[in-house]
Design a protein around this ligand. Sequence first.
Ligand code: ZN
Length: 203
Amino acid sequence: MKIICVGRNYADHIKELDNNRPEQPVLFMKPDSAVILKNNPIIIPTFSSDIHYEVELLVKINKIGKHIDRNFAPDYYSEIGLGIDFTARDLQTELKTKGLPWERAKAFDGSAMIGQFVDKKTLGNLEALDFSMQKNGQTVQRGNTQDMLWKIDELIEYISKYFTLKIGDIIFTGTPSGVGPVSHGDHLVGFVNNQEFFSLKVK
Ligand code: ZN
């Protein structure tokens, strides 16, 4: 199982990090060792003093495919979820400045929080899905899939040009604005259309 993440897929988050709008999706990966095990907390790693949450809508691949046309992309996923792309922002900034790969900042143990998945048919229009996250009871991020620069089906077409998608692979589709740091004792709760998809403690 692999995790393919999309960076800079919401215009307001690009502005917030002072990045340029890309001409093509920005892709990076996380290994399966990045996944936080069920009901476990995120443990803040010692190598960073600025771990950020990024709440993102997730797509689970249910059929093997390569060079998937966007019109057939819906056949390759039946479940949608919600998760967090944890990022060591201090380290990422350093790596970005040096033009180096992001893995140490984005793919470390515990950097992928994967909440529950539901049948996409229960969610209605996937191009107008509302999702949000609360930190300690306060909403810190809110997004809607209609603001994605690349929609789910376009992402699947693009990703599958480079990487064969396999059953169980998960796509992190990018974060809206509002990213921020976590500290010990924080409680993060994620929602899609006001339905709770995860609840996570920070240790
Ligand atoms: Zn992200």
